[in-house]
Design a protein around this ligand. Sequence first.
Ligand SMILES: *[C@@H]1O[C@H](CO)[C@@H](O)[C@H](O)[C@H]1NC(C)=O
Length: 323
Amino acid sequence: MHLKSALLSLSLALPLTSAYHLAVTDQNSKTVRVFPRDAETWNKDAIYWSFKCDYDPWPWQKDIWGDLSEVKIRKTADRGLVALVATSGGMVGMVDIKSGQKSTTLRDVVWEAFAGDNPHSLERIPYLGAFVAASSDPGKLTLYVPTDGANNLDRIKRTYRYDVPKAHGVLWHKDNLWAIGEDYLYKYDVVGKGEDMQLKQVGKRIDLPVVKDKKGKKRARNGHDLSASYKYDDILLLTHTAEAYTYNTTSGEFESLKMGEKLKSLVQHSSGEYAWVRGVEKNHEMGQYVRFSDEKAAGKETTKRGWPNADFYKARIFDPGYE
Ligand SMILES: *[C@@H]1O[C@H](CO)[C@@H](O)[C@H](O)[C@H]1NC(C)=O
């Protein structure tokens, strides 16, 4: 065997630990864009999939799809991959990710609702065809349930609202729904089906860890993000105003990742790598780069991707991560 082909087969045999894609919400370009983690630069040529969230019909309706706050990639039985998006303007929706169609627009939204009150996150309850939106101002979860079978998206209606002050994240994880808001993490069971479906809080709401400033004063704990580790089954990742944590759903223990303040999003790939967005700029709270670190040194940046005038809010691994 030639040296060159020996090297080639060697490199092919190595696990491609960082060969994954990330979906970022950029409020400046009003898009969700998916890029290969390994692309040298995240430019137009590197876009793997995109969703343009631009809506401009009448002046008074203009902003209802404004300010993309979150995207999540999920898998549904009858459509395959979908993207769940939430916008601060009020709308939340599900976008069909059809294979072969690289760019999508609001026309590709297959389910939508006006959740209002500054939506920050949307989740789907698998197999039951329901959706839950988290709105931050003043804070609630809104449950949308199917009235005619789990897959009939035309017959979904809003039912209950649940108070979660400053709700910023909602996540389906191993048979439970989780939500994060001001000071607390919440766990729910989903009970009933169809129109009878409800969320039932499991136990007491869970206190987020406290961080004190130099004068010993407690810092704010406004929950920013909630995601599931793609490496460890029982680990959730969450961030609040002052710090980032792992939360072990089995032991109920938090562990500080010591990554510091203002993390707008945090995810962990199955290789252990972390990717995050920090709100840093003086004039606005968005990030211009997704930053990466090894698992062993959380927060110690190994590389970054983005562009100077991006307004990133969240970055998500382009993989449904559950089922
Ligand atoms: C979570 O906690 C359980 C129970 O203490 C433990 O067995 C498990 O290893 C923990 N998970 C991780 C990823 O540390």
